[in-house]
Design a protein around this ligand. Structure first.
Ligand SMILES: NC(=O)C1=CN([C@@H]2O[C@H](COP(=O)(O)OP(=O)(O)OC[C@H]3O[C@@H](n4cnc5c(N)ncnc54)[C@H](O)[C@@H]3O)[C@@H](O)[C@H]2O)C=CC1
Ligand SMILES: O=C(O)C(=O)COP(=O)(O)O
Length: 321
């Protein structure tokens, strides 16, 4: 009988799918950290995992493991080479959280443009005169660059167009022929898009190094806003802090950080031109349920031999092929 390890807190609807099965056993570890689930990995044929690391060392202990299912889509914390070496499939949730991410990106964009943190503080501290300093701005007719034109980037593009924004996107991995028809103009060079944009929203996965560092921030307008709902590390956090401190960038909206949770002395905490959220872009009540159900269903489908191949990242390993 296949045994599933659920590593990290899941919406009860996902757990209910496992409880309903008498042909599956499972362990459930609420804590999101590798040391908390690693001791149980040896018994698992399937693993459902949140954003915590899955290291090569833990994969080595996973003698029976056949499938890893990400609750969510980003898999930068998973050691893919060690899964590939053992023929272990990695599945992601696909399109279940992109609407939620896009809403969060729009919320951060609006909150940064309207200087929501400063406005809130002004009311609470009796600084009513702040309203006439006119730091707050509009999104209407502003230029938005989307970096990474995949599932979440495309939802942001559609929503931003409805706000009256002019939208371009940078995605070097999308062929021109795959570029969806519509008003979104492809940008060939990231720096050209950054120099053009009033707002930049990041929707690309975390790779080897930061996509946006000192040099990229330097070409952005001093009035520009940066929004990151993708991953900490896609934007060089120290470079971002330096640009904000020096007034070379006007504002930022961040859902993700290089260290999560960020250290209490992170300079971003003292900046009220910055609006922050605790990696919740995909974690609305509705979306948490969709991700839990989808990630558990992916494991069940894998054992049944009928998982959607589009959801398996390292596709060649499905069903041991
Ligand atoms: N904050 C949160 O709660 C969430 C964060 N995420 C993050 O957002 C990322 C994107 O999610 P989706 O849109 O669903 O993924 P996706 O795979 O649909 O789209 C990502 C796009 O980025 C492009 N890309 C890859 N490398 C790039 C580069 N160097 N420059 C520009 N574009 C590049 C790809 O070609 C692809 O079109 C995930 O990898 C994940 O890290 C995703 C969901 C929730
Ligand atoms: O989908 C993603 O990549 C996320 O960041 C959300 O993942 P999580 O809810 O932390 O498992």
């Amino acid at each position: 009988m296949p045994h599933v390890l659920v590593a990290g807190k899941l919406h009860p609807s996902g757990i209910a799918l496992l409880e309903a099965r008498d042909d599956i056993t499972f362990d459930y570890v609420h804590e999101i950290s590798e040391p908390s689930y690693a001791p149980l990995i040896g018994a698992a044929d399937g693993l459902v995992i949140r954003t915590q690391p899955l290291s090569a060392e833990t994969v080595q202990k996973a003698g029976r493991l056949r499938v890893v299912s990400r609750h969510g889509v980003g898999y930068d914390a998973v050691d893919l080479p060690s899964l590939n070496a053992r023929g272990i499939a990695l599945a992601v949730c696909g399109d279940v959280n992109s609407v939620s991410v896009a809403e969060q990106a729009m919320m951060l964009m609006l909150a940064a443009a309207k200087r929501a943190v400063r406005g809130d503080r002004a009311v609470r501290t009796g600084d009513w005169g702040w309203r006439n300093r006119l730091e707050q701005g509009e999104l209407w007719q502003k230029r938005l660059l989307i970096v990474g034109y995949g599932r979440s980037g495309r939802h942001v593009a559609r929503t931003a167009a409805a706000f009256g924004m002019e939208v371009s996107a940078f995605d070097p991995f999308l062929q021109r022929r795959d570029w969806p028809a519509g008003a979104v103009v492809p940008v060939e060079r990231l720096v050209d898009g950054l120099a053009w944009a009033d707002v930049v929203s990041i929707h690309a996965p975390k790779g080897q190094g930061p996509l946006i560092g000192t040099a990229e921030l330097a070409v952005m307008k001093p009035s520009a806003i940066l929004v990151n709902t993708a991953r900490g590390g896609v934007v060089d956090e120290a470079a971002l802090i330096a640009a904000l401190e020096a007034g070379r960038l006007a504002a930022a909206g961040l859902d993700v950080f290089e260290d999560e949770p960020p250290a209490p002395d992170n300079p971003l905490f003292a900046m009220d031109q910055v609006v922050l959220s605790p990696h919740i872009a995909g974690l609305t009540t509705e979306c948490a349920e969709r991700m839990a159900v989808a990630s558990v269903q992916n494991v069940l489908d894998f054992f049944a031999g009928d998982i959607d191949p589009a959801l398996v990242v390292n596709g060649g390993h499905v069903n041991g092929s």
